[in-house]
Design a protein around this ligand. Structure first.
Ligand SMILES: Cc1ncc(COP(=O)(O)O)c(C=O)c1O
Ligand SMILES: [Zn+2]
Length: 385
């Protein structure tokens, strides 16, 4: 392991990785894991990677968790990157299909790394607010680790997520309100209960798991990053994680300077990042009355908002909304052309692709990657039988 220390993404204050950390102790912003890339790159080379197992732990030198410690794993990572010529033949479209992950969503990546580190550092009771999929992933990884999971979800979270968490042995509390209300409930109770808060970006390692999305993309495209990435954005962890991966890979000498144009896709019923992007703001105000069937996008206020907005602007990308009816309609279009029952969050990106193409933001023949972050099978409540 070549983790040096944790560093605040806003004020730069270093923090010790050897104990459990949440936000920056000085300014309350997220912490990043700083890896000694020169040392990591001595044993982890592009050639060495080619013969390693498929799991995301193949990037072990770039991840936290000391050598010799067994990760908490369900075989996460190594998902297929599928060419989607039938859905769109005017661009070079690819789908990174995360529905094939443990617990059927990309949340498995972050939880494998975060639960591994939390266990190693001595936490026994973990807590998260969840839109659904993060809860399912936490429940699975804590079960496997022999730890306790406390999951707070909005009452109207898809039924599959609620049942899944319970059947995986987690303590589930349904809250009348949004994910932000669930987070507030955890903040109020965690000290008395002895819970370690694993909220996205409020601890430093879920993002380390998510950054492997960026590493895998580069590897699957033979170390040439695509022109455009469409990412369904709630808390933005995957987008921020990939951007970190791109920087790390450039430092390692694995990719060049080219960066994809990064686009956040949000639901029109909950679009704080799109609104802030359009107004030119550097942080995003809380989105009032948030509602959408894409529960993972129902995040009215994201703690990493300033990081997301920075990436969208730096990459010359953007932010777009899609309404729920369009997401549901496009789901069948994707299903019948590509054979994937995508989550509404993933469907939103396919709808966004159409509007970005017709608006001239994506040119013909450009290489575009859509993240299908979850499976439609968890959202049966959104569809008519
Ligand atoms: C299927 C799905 N897609 C996208 C998201 C948003 O992810 P992020 O927090 O990385 O923006 C979530 C979050 O719950 C999700 O479950
Ligand atoms: Zn700080």
């Amino acid at each position: 392991m070549f983790l040096r220390h944790l560093e605040c993404t806003s004020c730069g204050l270093p923090h010790d990785w050897k104990r459990l950390q949440n936000l920056c102790t000085a300014c309350g912003k997220p912490l990043f894991a700083i890896v000694d890339l020169a040392k990591a790159g001595r044993t982890l080379t592009r050639e060495a990677l080619a013969v390693r197992e498929k799991s995301l732990w193949r990037y072990r030198e770039l991840l936290p968790l000391p050598e010799g410690v067994e990760p908490v794993s369900l075989g996460e990572g190594g998902t297929p990157l599928l060419w989607a010529k039938r859905f769109a033949d005017d661009v070079d479209l690819w789908i990174k299909d995360e529905s094939q992950s443990p617990t059927q969503s990309f949340k498995a990546r972050g939880m494998s790394v975060a639960v591994s580190m939390a266990k190693y550092l001595g936490a026994t009771k973990l807590a998260v607010p969840s839109a659904g999929n993060a809860g399912g992933a936490l429940a699975a990884y804590t079960a496997r680790a022999g730890l306790e999971a406390n999951i707070f979800m909005p009452r109207d979270t898809p039924r599959a997520n609620i049942i899944e968490c319970r059947e995986l042995g987690a303590h589930v509390t349904l809250v009348g309100g949004l994910i932000t209300d669930c987070a507030a409930e955890i903040a109020r109770r965690k000290d008395a209960e002895g819970w370690f808060d694993l909220s996205t970006l409020k601890e430093p390692y879920r993002i380390e798991g998510k950054k492997t999305l960026g590493y895998e993309l580069a590897e699957q495209f033979d170390w040439e990053l695509p022109d455009v990435i469409l990412y369904p954005t709630g808390g933005g962890t995957g987008l921020i994680g990939m951007w970190k991966a791109f920087y790390e890979m450039e430092t390692l000498g694995w990719v060049g300077k080219k960066r994809p144009r990064m686009f956040s896709v949000q639901a029109s019923g909950c679009a704080p990042i799109v609104r802030a992007f359009e107004k030119g703001d550097s942080i995003a105000a809380e989105f009032p009355g948030a509602h959408t069937c894409a529960s993972g996008l129902r995040v009215p206020k994201a703690i990493g908002d300033f990081l997301i907005l920075n990436i969208l602007r730096q990459s010359n990308g953007g932010a777009v909304t899609v309404d729920d009816e369009e997401m549901i309609r496009v789901t069948r279009e994707v299903g019948s052309s590509e054979g994937l029952f995508v989550a509404p969050e993933g469907a939103a990106c396919f709808a966004a692709l159409k509007s970005l193409r017709s608006g001239g933001k994506i040119a013909a023949a450009e290489r575009v990657v859509i993240f299908n972050t979850g499976s439609g099978i968890k959202y049966l409540d959104c569809y008519e039988a």
